[in-house]
Design a protein around this ligand. Structure first.
Ligand code: AHR
Length: 764
């Protein structure tokens, strides 16, 4: 019989704030998502800079008899420069806003708060009508009218009471023979905790239900992709632009290809953290944009460092400090108790590593209690990753932010990754991670990985990414929660996160597992398969190709600059332990060379890309069932027209890649070995014991759990299903945990852990 023995008195380490969430406005997670505003392009600020399809009337349509024009001669303020001129000549006319998705989801009996800024020409005396129409039937389901009383901008507000459930458009019309000017036309449903300028209830509730210990925000690439000038529309994310009156927040280009109103800004983030009991964890740009290697000169760093210092004062300072006063004036006199601050998001390049120390020193001098988090790039390994760790060690950062998106098999193969970290090093903040996919199988492998994060003692904080996705605006997949204009649902990954967050425990405890059957290797660990040469949007000439020292194709071949091009290396068969050498020249295009090896089929192979992603990277990757994991990464660019000698040496599961004789990658693809069971054990503040058991295999695991003290109660939850199952709008709870009965007697729990399951036992 399998046996799990728990040692409740042997505490290993604190679990602190381990499980949290990461919010980034990607996939319309904020505008058109968590931020409850129903009007899209409310201030007529949409622009081609945000998205080539946008213009200042995006999401607006003219209705009735009028002329509409977006103007900027007499703006509302210097940040909100465009407004609508509605010119009436004959009868009624105006505009309607289409909202996000299919339209605005309006619920009968609910009150919707509208507001707009208006001004009129002297002759204009008519009412402005604000109403919701059912977009399918045209029926008016709520209406109000307002008199514009001034020739200067004034704010007008009111309530629309919905008389039916419908998908709607918001209309604003008037009549007469004159011109009226409108801006910042807004409509809010009842929000989470009834906050002004608040959040969508269903999505916020799904997040609150997780009970996260912290929330990382506001990004992601969103933070560090953009212009260094804070006033530029495509500026790096500057927090000071995001507080105060929403009509004065500048519109921003998001690198995710849309407009950010910044209506959900730093003050709202802090409030939401407080509302859901999560510690805030902001990420600030480090005066550097790694996507374009733009860096602020050292003698101009101070304003960026001040942004960090001022943010801490804004969050924690008393109301008689400059920024604490601003917070108090916004409605929060008490501090937000900021404890964590990250400088940079997955940074690569010396531009970051050279600047981070200035931030670190200044912050620690003024606020030694703030726990600072450095960055180690977008991959779990490689030169920039190592530099990130070195930078954090040298500066004594409390944590290093690691990010990776990998195959579920990578998570199985690397399950013990964090046990190998050194106790004396900074702790890990796993600020972004996910296996590629939202199936139950993904969630199961993530759960196995999470048990190790609880047990290793080297991971301080971790959060899955991305968090939210609007189904009609997908930038990135998978995501933890999916929504449309009407509904939201959690994926299996969400329910794994929820089980772990709801049952985190305060300290890990010692336990051991004795299994009858051994671990199971999933596949042969040697890399075997065919070889292909490939390019993407690039013309390249590969020639003088040698295999194990013998020339197999001297003349070579050219791949064209036409999307994705691939050529198989003939005569090589299913290679094992080989040495491939070739010459390569980039002739034209955007990237460099790709060599695929160990190719089993289109979805299962290894590759080395030299000159990948904006021709910046050299990376070795494995792909399992179409899902890629990076095994090695360095910054390297290909020069057009230059001849390179490329060499790949594969020995069992070790891959070495050379450029012109220089060893650039030396990596091992870890074998995928499924353990009989993955477990973590902890205690909570009430002295209960929490045992998490993840059974990735498709056979039951019957075990005796010896708790080594009398058991009074056991509450248990299990998540299981078919490996391919996903949740959906129609079946949002197809994969969701359910309560199960567990038998116990004296010190012993007897339980058969179901095949492919995640089980949490809370033992009182
Ligand atoms: O989570 C999606 C993106 O992945 C984040 O913006 C970025 O940090 C990472 O590359």
């Amino acid at each position: 019989m399998n046996k799990i023995t728990l040692y409740p008195d042997k505490k290993l380490h604190s679990l602190g704030d381990l499980w949290g969430i990461f919010f980034e406005d990607i996939n319309h997670a904020a505008d058109g998502g968590l931020y409850a505003e129903l009007v899209q392009n409310r201030s007529f600020e949409f622009s081609k800079i945000d998205n080539w399809k946008y213009n200042s009337l995006t999401a607006w349509e003219r209705i009735g008899n009028c002329e509409i024009e977006v103007k900027n001669e007499y703006p509302l303020n210097r940040n909100n420069t465009h407004y609508l001129a509605l010119k009436l000549e004959n009868g009624e006319g105006g505009v309607k806003n289409l909202g996000f998705n299919e339209g605005m989801n309006i619920i009968k009996g609910e009150e919707y708060e509208f507001s707009f800024y208006g001004r009129r020409n002297t002759g204009f005396k008519e009412n402005v009508n604000i109403f919701l129409i059912n977009k399918d039937t045209g029926a008016v389901i709520a209406s109000e009218s307002v008199k514009i009383t001034s020739c200067d901008w004034e704010k007008y507000e009111g309530i629309l009471l919905a008389t039916e459930d419908a998908t709607c458009h918001l209309c604003v019309t008037t009549s007469g023979k004159s011109t009226v000017y409108l801006d910042e036309i807004s409509l809010f449903p009842p929000t989470y905790k009834n906050r002004d300028n608040g959040l969508r209830r269903d999505i916020a509730t799904l997040l609150a239900d997780l009970k996260p210990k912290f929330m990382r925000f506001p990004g992601g690439c969103l933070v560090h992709d953009g212009n260094l000038d804070p006033h530029a529309r495509n500026a790096l994310y500057r927090w000071k632009n995001t507080i105060g009156d929403v009509s004065e927040r500048p519109a921003r280009r998001s690198n995710w290809g849309y407009n950010q109103t910044l209506g959900l800004g730093y003050y709202e983030y802090f409030l939401f953290c407080e509302d859901i009991g999560a510690k805030p964890l902001p990420v600030l740009p480090a005066a550097y944009n790694p996507h374009h290697h733009d860096a602020v000169p050292f003698d101009e760093l101070q304003p960026w460092i001040d942004d960090a210092l001022d943010l801490i004062e804004f969050a924690n300072g008393s109301a008689d400090t400059k920024w604490g006063k601003i917070r108090a004036e916004l409605g929060h006199s008490e501090p937000f108790n900021l404890e964590y601050l990250a400088i940079g998001n997955e940074e690569v390049g010396d531009g970051f590593f050279d600047r981070y120390p200035y931030f670190h020193k200044a912050i620690k001098e003024k606020y030694p209690e703030i726990k600072l988090i450095g960055s180690s790039g977008p991959f779990p390994c490689g030169g920039e990753f190592e530099k990130g760790w070195k930078c954090a060690r040298d500066n004594k950062s409390e944590m290093v932010d690691e990010h990776y998106y990998v195959s579920p098999e990578w998570m199985i193969a690397n399950n013990k990754r964090y046990f190998e970290y050194k106790k004396e090093d900074p702790k890990v903040f796993l600020g972004e991670y996910a296996s590629w996919g939202n199936t139950f199988y993904n969630a199961l492998c993530e759960a196995g990985y999470m048990t190790s994060m609880e047990m290793c003692g080297n991971v301080a904080l971790a959060c899955y990414a991305p968090l939210l996705c609007n189904v009609d605006y997908v930038n990135w997949k998978p995501d933890m929660i999916w929504f449309n204009g009407e509904k939201a649902y959690g994926t299996p990954n969400y329910y794994v996160q929820k089980m772990f967050m709801n049952n985190q425990g305060t300290a890990a405890i010692e336990h051991n597992v004795l299994s009858e059957k051994p671990s199971v290797p999933v596949a042969d660990e040697s890399i075997t398969g065919e070889i292909f040469f490939k390019t993407v949007d690039t013309a390249a000439y590969f020639y003088d190709i040698k295999l194990n020292g013998e020339t197999v194709n001297e003349k070579g071949f050219t791949l064209k600059n036409e999307g994705s091009q691939m050529q198989k290396l003939d005569y090589c068969g299913n290679l094992e332990d080989f040495e491939l050498e070739c010459k390569a020249k980039e002739l034209d295009g955007k990237r460099g060379f790709i060599i695929r090896f160990g190719v089993k089929d289109y979805g299962n192979f290894y590759h080395w890309e030299f000159g990948g992603w904006q021709n910046q990277d050299s990376a070795v990757c494995s792909t399992v069932n179409y899902r890629e994991s990076v095994l090695g990464h360095e910054l390297r660019s290909v020069e057009k027209g230059r001849e390179y000698t490329l060499r790949v040496v594969v020995n069992k599961n070790r891959i070495c890649c050379y450029i012109d004789g220089e060893l650039v990658h030396d990596v091992v693809s870890k074998p995928v070995v499924i353990e009989p069971i993955y477990t973590s054990a902890s205690t909570d503040e009430d002295g209960r014991i929490i045992l998490k058991v993840v059974n990735i295999k498709n056979t039951p695991y019957k075990a005796t759990v010896d708790v080594q003290r009398t058991i009074n109660s056991v509450k248990a939850q299990m998540l299981t299903g078919n490996l391919d199952d996903e949740n959906s709008f129609d079946e949002p709870l197809k994969i969701a945990p359910s309560d199960i009965d567990v038998k116990f007697n004296g010190n012993i729990v007897e339980h058969e852990f179901s095949p492919c399951s995640v089980t949490v036992l809370v033992i009182g």
